[in-house]
Design a binder for this molecule. Structure first.
Ligand code: ADP
Ligand code: MG
Length: 219
């Protein structure tokens, strides 16, 4: 599904944030990308979402070189992705249910269908009872569940998360990773970037260890 072939990214030459990254991910796999702060984890996520463009090398999504997708067609590619951030990024003046509905509305889904899909995502994340609340009245763990509901509501093929547990305590962090595993069992391919190597060990998933922008090992 996803292949990095000799990928380099420089924000300002002569420095490279990542260098010669090679890995591939099959449909249905679950991958952690880890390494200390500054190792290049966020850069890898941003290259996949095409928020940033690679400097050298190829990133293939289902065989298509994503750096060749023209800007006007990026939304078609991004429909295939769901994205979760450390700071949740919920819209503060919209209710939980409106936050989760928004990606569908923007894609032109009909009202009834939007409602049905939003309810199903909120039920999946066990946060339906907060549907009418505003984000500020939810705990961090609850807000992250809403953010995951928003990321999966459009049935993405690839779910990306950049430090999704960064604002949560260790117990909640485990719960959130377990939710990603549950999404993975439903067929969604998952990539989680996290500096927290102690968190990932117990899950037994595939791990890429980065150090100074290079792959140190893949387990
Ligand atoms: N927008 C940017 N402009 C310049 N340098 C950046 C930018 N974003 C990241 N970097 C640099 O790229 C390297 C990797 O950063 P990042 O991918 O954010 O690492 P991580 O997520 O593992 O902490 C760091 O040296 C960082 O300072
Ligand atoms: Mg980062």
């Amino acid at each position: 599904m996803l292949k990095f072939l000799g990928v380099y990214k420089s924000y300002a030459l002569p420095y490279y944030a990542i260098s010669n990254i090679n890995f591939s991910l099959k449909k249905g796999e679950f991958l952690f990308v880890t390494g200390p702060s500054g190792a290049g984890k966020t850069t890898i996520i941003k290259l996949i979402t095409r928020e940033e463009k690679r400097s050298k090398g190829k990133i293939l999504f289902e065989g298509v070189d994503i750096s060749r997708i023209p800007k006007r067609k990026l939304h078609i590619y991004r429909k295939r992705l769901g994205i979760v951030f450390q700071d949740f990024r919920l819209i503060p003046y919209l209710t939980v249910s409106e936050n989760v509905s928004l990606p569908l509305i923007l894609r032109g889904h009909r009202k009834e269908e939007t409602k049905r899909m939003a309810i199903s995502a909120l039920e999946e994340l066990e946060i339906i009872h907060k549907a009418r609340e505003l984000p500020y009245s939810l705990s961090g763990g609850e807000q992250q569940r809403v953010a995951i509901a928003r990321a999966i509501v459009g049935n993405p093929d690839l779910l990306l998360a950049d430090e999704p547990t960064g604002n949560l305590d260790p117990m909640l962090s485990r719960k959130i990773i377990k939710i990603f595993q549950r999404m993975n069992l439903k067929g969604i391919t998952v990539i989680i970037a996290t500096h927290d190597s102690s968190l990932i060990e117990e899950f037994g998933e595939k791990v890429i260890y980065l150090s100074y922008g290079r792959v140190k090992k893949i387990l």
